[in-house]
Design a binder for this molecule. Structure first.
Ligand code: CTP
Ligand code: CA
Length: 223
């Protein structure tokens, strides 16, 4: 019977997947975030489990339940997501960064609710968040590292730039200017960019796409 459970393309592999948005607190009741639904990351987690992997989802706040047989760590901020990612990184074979991490966070989190005051203009100071996938890929024993790239133009060009700048093994690029797909949609069309290849995947459900992407990732990390 062991053979029944031993046939997936990621059999025995440990896969970490970041998913969803992050929330960057401004005060006890307010935050900066984005519209990421987490659907693509959760679909990838499910597909990786189906391929035989031991999967840990590191998830920002989303309205999704964890796939079966998948460990899930819930976080809010980018800093918490980074800490969760690095905690067991030495056990990780494949790292997939699908989270829409906020690029900046407020310089300081006010202890008490900010008051509206009398000024018509309010200025907010932001500081850059750590880059989670680049931090993972900078490690000496780095896992096979896959990033996403959300772009509105020059998709392949920017994806190739992110691939080399962040020391990634694969980039899954999204054209977020298309109105038929994107952050909250159930469908997606992506371009997979590696160091020596560009592959377009046609519009399909995030579930179908996830299965295909997991097969591509498995094939790349084998070679
Ligand atoms: N990413 C990350 N940590 C960050 C920012 C991004 O891990 N602080 C990851 C995302 O999960 C994604 C990849 O980096 O896999 C690319 O994210 P994207 O927002 O497209 O790229 P950025 O490097 O943030 O550049 P920009 O937003 O300026 O295009
Ligand atoms: Ca960004």
């Amino acid at each position: 019977t062991a053979a029944l459970f031993d046939r997936g393309s990621l059999s025995g592999k440990r896969v970490f997947i970041t998913a969803g948005p992050t929330r960057e607190a401004l005060d006890p009741v307010r935050y900066i975030s984005n519209h990421s639904s987490g659907k693509m990351g959760y679909a990838l987690a499910e597909a990786a489990v189906d391929a035989g992997a031991k999967v840990t989802l590191i998830s920002g706040p989303v309205n999704l339940t964890a796939p079966q047989r998948c460990e899930r760590i819930m976080v809010e901020s980018a800093e918490q997501m980074l800490a969760a990612a690095l905690e067991h990184i030495d056990e990780c074979d494949i790292f997939i960064a699908s989270a829409a991490v906020a690029d900046f966070r407020p310089v300081a989190v006010a202890e008490h609710k900010l008051k509206k005051g009398t000024e018509e203009i309010m200025e907010l100071r932001l500081v850059k968040n750590p880059d989670i996938v680049a931090s993972v890929a900078a490690r000496q024993n780095k896992p096979f590292t896959v990033g996403f790239a959300a772009e509105t133009r020059d998709v392949v060009h920017y994806a190739q730039d992110k691939l080399s700048r962040k020391n990634l093994d694969l980039i899954i690029a999204n054209d977020v200017s298309r109105s038929d797909i994107g952050f909250n949609s159930d469908d997606n069309a992506v371009t997979v960019v590696s160091h020596d290849d560009v592959q377009q995947l046609p519009l399909s459900s995030k579930r179908q796409l996830a299965a295909k992407l997991i097969e591509i990732i498995a094939a790349h990390q084998e070679s």
